[in-house]
Design a protein around this ligand. Structure first.
Ligand code: MSP
Length: 512
């Protein structure tokens, strides 16, 4: 069994879960479920990033200590993912003692490698981003993310000789084109590396300015820069969860991140690993940004979409479907309530919902739910079977590429086909005549088989819907499409299906 180690970024505890966090988490959850379904051994990690200036400021604004603040918001993230049914295996907090130990150990290794030195530094610092900016990076003299002018600060600090690894990283990324995907993000990192001297990375903050952090193992007057602290989590967690299988899981690590944190992952983390003498992660999967209108969605700019509110209003699967279907992984997408309602109504309420309710209602009405034998296949039957066989292959291929929108599109082609098959075969007419009623039973059997394939294929994407469909079909919750499975073989003659339950009520809007 292959080992698969999937990670989300660790979310800052300065904001509560919003659409951006939910997207990364839902995508990683889908991938984790997909691998588990394939039989892989999965470790799915998420958690919270709790140290640094930003958190101190957020705590101060809330009138509590950083620790109290971090406990509260981290708890909200965890409870949110639990309520949303996210199947993470481990939730890490950067304040966990085992993580603190790993950060110190990694820094110790980097220091022993001769890669850390002490020096003075002055620069433009954005408190929101927790980092120094070069003049060139500013837009109208302001931080492009926070739209505030950075502050000039001077201090003595420790530096990581990142520059030492510049050439090695270029060669590594050239030799392993899949290390960073999609390709445009690999090109972006390569362009950065080839374009300018990398410079060294300031990896400490004096405790006089910031004490909410992890103490440097070689100088108690300093804490670690929050990115160095946070990135190390990926190693801490696997050491903690699988202390005896670190060597098996670590090189299997696949980090899922948004494009805004490409540089820390693509450059800081890779060079830190090289310095510490650890193998690189397997892959970095970079997704785009959800926008609403022109502005990036974040708390400071308003327009917040809360996952629990979406779940409560529309159901988690409808929300998951929209996120996975609307955004091509790697590209940006726009979130609008109109687009959400249109997709849910068209694809879920109408297309999938109708197929399920019509098929199961006819099965109930004409055969009391009892599955009828198949007869000799017609060309139409064969075409239906082929449509689902194609969907099965396409879903697998697209999931491997993280092209979830295309996987769903492929599955919906088969669902569409099945709805048309109902129209062309007209089982509702066939069932009324005793001579043709057996054919109606066979047609419904084909449709039930299609629903079964759809339910299994949907499992990683829409887990609740998949489970409900399997229950209605009287199939085991863990049913799979194993190597031995053949069309018509899953639904047994005589098996009793249940009456349909409405999966996705149509969303009515004022405009409708
Ligand atoms: N704490 C760092 C990550 C450290 S990882 C070692 C961080 N946290 S974050 O809470 O600000 O954001 C985490 C993730 O949410 C990132 O992957 C980011 O891209 C994603 N998103 C935040 N807003 C987003 C959108 N509007 N759209 C898509 N994803 C975005 O960064």
């Amino acid at each position: 069994m292959a080992k698969v180690y999937l990670t989300t970024p660790l979310y800052y505890v300065n904001a509560e879960p919003h659409l951006g966090h939910t997207y990364t988490t839902v995508v990683t959850d889908t991938l984790a479920r997909w691998h588990r379904q394939k039989g892989d051994e999965v470790l799915f990690l998420t958690g919270t990033d709790e140290h640094g200036d930003k958190i101190v400021q957020a705590a101060a604004a809330a009138g509590v200590t950083p620790r109290e603040h971090a406990d509260r918001i981290s708890g909200i993230f965890r409870a949110t993912w639990d309520a949303c049914g996210i199947s993470y295996d481990h939730f890490i907090r950067t304040t966990d003692p085992y993580h603190v130990a790993t950060v110190q150990e990694l820094l110790g290794r980097m220091e022993r490698a001769g890669d850390i030195y002490f020096g003075g530094y002055g620069g433009l610092y954005c408190y929101g981003c927790e980092r120094f900016y070069t003049e060139k990076e500013l837009v109208d003299g302001k931080c492009p993310d926070h739209q505030v002018a950075p502050t000039y600060i001077e201090e003595e600090n420790y530096f990581f000789r990142m520059s030492r690894y510049q050439q090695r990283l270029i060669e590594e990324l050239e030799a392993n084109p899949h290390r960073i995907e999609p390709e445009r993000y690999r090109n972006e990192v390569l362009a950065l590396l080839r374009g300018e001297a990398l410079g060294d990375l300031c990896i400490s903050r004096p405790k006089t300015r910031l004490s909410w952090g992890i103490e440097l193992p070689f100088d108690a007057r300093y804490v670690a820069y929050v990115w160095v602290d946070a990135l190390a989590n990926y190693v801490s967690a696997v050491r903690h969860v699988h202390p005896d299988a670190f060597d098996a899981y670590w090189p299997a690590a696949e980090h899922l991140i948004g494009k805004d944190i490409l540089k820390p992952h693509g450059i800081f983390w890779t060079t830190m690993l090289m310095s510490a003498g650890l193998p690189l992660f397997k892959q970095l999967h970079v997704h785009g940004y959800w926008t609403r209108g022109e502005s990036k969605m974040s708390k400071s700019l308003g327009n917040v979409i809360r996952p629990l509110e979406m779940k409560q209003r529309f159901g988690m699967d409808a929300f998951r479907y929209f996120l996975l279907r609307e955004m091509a992984f790697g590209q940006d997408a726009t979130f609008s309530e109109d687009a959400f309602v249109t997709r849910v109504n068209a694809d879920l309420a109408n297309n999938l919902g109708n197929l399920v309710s019509r098929t199961l209602a006819m099965q109930q009405r004409y055969f009391a739910g009892i599955v009828q034998p198949l007869d000799e296949w017609t060309d139409g039957d064969r075409a239906l079977a082929n449509a689902f066989a194609a969907a099965r292959e396409e879903v697998a291929a697209f999931c491997e590429q993280l092209a979830f929108h295309r996987a769903l599109e492929a599955l919906w082609r088969a669902i569409d086909h099945a709805n048309k098959y109902i129209v062309t075969t007209a089982p509702f007419t066939l069932a009324k005549n005793p001579d043709t009623k057996p054919r109606a039973g066979a047609v419904l059997h084909h449709l039930l088989e299609g629903l079964f394939v759809a339910a299994v294929l949907l499992r990683p994407f829409l887990p609740e819907t998949s489970a409900k469909m399997l229950t209605m079909l009287a199939m085991p919750a863990d049913a799979r499409l194993g190597a031995e499975w053949q069309w018509g073989g899953a639904m047994a003659d005589g098996q009793i299906t249940q009456p349909p339950e409405i999966l996705f009520p149509r969303i009515e809007t004022d405009a409708a």
